[in-house]
Ligand binder design. Structure first.
Ligand SMILES: [Zn+2]
Ligand SMILES: [Zn+2]
Length: 453
């Protein structure tokens, strides 16, 4: 935290050692402005975590990992990704009939069954976004390893912006859990053999987590040039004793993408970040109204998502239509109560919790509640963390419909409830991303100033 007395009267240029917390806007002195934590006596850089002293948010993490290790992880993940997509996930064997499916095969089948929204959702979250992330990180690390310094990679800032925006939609770990649930469901009905892709996805999940902990985004941004530094940040009017200085009070804005502090754009004028070219805003524009609209749409769709069948099974014994709840009941009665509980939590408890918690956050900010700011910020973090896990049931029905395609025995197709449910998951995730947590901390007096953006 910095005090008024720490700021020189001449003001500060963008990128000269100050950062703002992305969750509460508190202004802090950056302990590692050049992006790495050099250890004393010239040893290898050490890891460090910088947290906000006011709201507790993790502002960034400095990793002490070498470039070679990050590159090795990225290249291995690329190879494992190709294997995971090229081979079948599992083979189903029932009364002499065999059927297997790859992930892309399952997506293709959904497309043929006129389930384009689900096919697109599965393809984007399990193939396109992870592939983009892997491709970008391995190319950047390879270029750095080959001796191209960061400032020469001119196209890197817009590419990193796309990757950072796409990142919340990479869901390999949720997909992996979906594979396990669908295999347990099928194990009761037929003989199953795990395919090479199943193991590849498990390894890929670990590699992606290791890669995201290894690649130091902060260091990447710190190495990229800032285009212009013409404007000087103005020193704000004196603050009351004991008050905490925020970036907004300091007359500057923190870039949503790369975190660089820049002078606040003049009202009505558009300004871009001098480092990553993302549009600069004090707060996410239309944060409250946009999040409310997305939340209300999600709440309406939550009704058909639970009433319409998510999966339809046709067999020699007749047709059966399963809603989310009847799927949970099936798992419970077949003895898989831990899985029944897991699907119940992911598909019913989490979406309901998200709808209610988001409504509470939006109401509290709209009415400028001054209390429980720490609790509400923590609630927002939980929402960000759990939202993706609701995709579980979408992956389960995708895999069941891909594997159970034995015409003489049983055929599973995805039902219209899945489209409504997928829309609920996407809309609540978009509403969470649209909500600006700094609004929780904005003082009532400055609200009218901040809402100009
Ligand atoms: Zn904070
Ligand atoms: Zn930026």
């Amino acid at each position: 935290m910095i005090a008024q007395a720490d700021i020189p009267a001449s003001g500060l240029s963008p990128g000269t050692g100050l950062i703002a917390c992305h969750e509460c806007d508190l202004l802090l002195r950056d302990p590692f402005p050049r992006g790495h934590a050099a250890s004393p006596r010239g040893r290898a850089p050490r890891a460090a975590e910088i947290c906000c002293p006011r709201c507790g948010a993790r502002i960034y993490r400095v990793t002490g990992t070498s470039l070679n290790r990050a590159l090795a992880l990225a290249l291995t993940a690329c190879i494992v990704f190709v294997i995971a997509n090229a081979f079948p996930i599992a083979t189903l064997d029932a009364q002499g009939h065999r059927n297997d499916s790859t992930l892309l095969g399952a997506v293709h089948l959904l497309w043929q069954q006129d389930m384009m929204p689900i096919a697109l959702l599965v393809c984007v979250t399990t193939v396109i976004v992870p592939a983009l992330e892997l491709l970008v990180f391995s190319s950047v690390l390879l270029l750095l390893r080959l001796g191209h310094p960061l400032p020469t990679l001119r196209r890197l800032p817009p590419v990193l912006r796309v990757v950072l925006h796409a990142r919340p939609w990479s869901m390999i770990e949720v997909f992996m859990l979906g594979v396990l649930v669908s295999l347990v469901k099928l194990a009761h009905l037929a003989s199953l053999t795990a395919g090479i892709a199943l193991w590849a996805y498990a390894v890929l999940m670990v590699l992606l987590a290791a890669l995201s902990a290894t690649v130091d985004m902060r260091k990447l941004w710190a190495g990229l040039p800032v285009r212009h530094r013409s404007a000087t940040l103005k020193v704000p009017s004196p603050q009351p004793a004991g008050s905490e200085l925020t970036a907004a009070a300091f007359g500057c804005v923190s870039c949503h993408v790369c975190g660089l502090l820049s002078p606040r754009p003049v009202h009505g004028h558009r300004a871009d970040c001098p480092r990553c070219a993302a549009p600069l805003h004090g707060r996410i524009p239309g944060s409250l109204s946009g999040a409310w609209a997305l939340l209300l749409s999600a709440s309406i769709l939550f009704i058909p998502a639970n009433l319409l069948p998510i999966m339809e099974t046709g067999s020699m014994f007749g047709a059966q239509r399963d809603t989310i709840l009847s799927g949970v009941a099936f798992l419970w009665h077949s003895g898989s109560w831990p899985l029944a509980l897991l699907v119940f939590v992911a598909s019913i408890v989490v979406p309901l919790f998200k709808l209610l918690a988001l409504a509470l956050l939006l109401l509290s900010v709209g009415r400028a509640w001054p209390r429980h700011r720490h609790v509400r910020t923590r609630l927002y973090r939980v929402l960000e963390l759990v939202g993706r896990w609701s995709m579980l049931d979408i992956y389960v029905v995708t895999l069941l419909s891909a594997l159970v395609q034995i015409q003489s025995l049983a055929v599973i197709t995805v039902g219209p409830g899945a489209v409504a449910f997928g829309a609920v998951v996407v809309l609540t995730m978009l509403a969470t991303l649209r909500f600006d947590p700094r609004l929780i901390w904005d003082a009532e007096a400055s609200k009218d100033v901040l809402n100009h953006d």
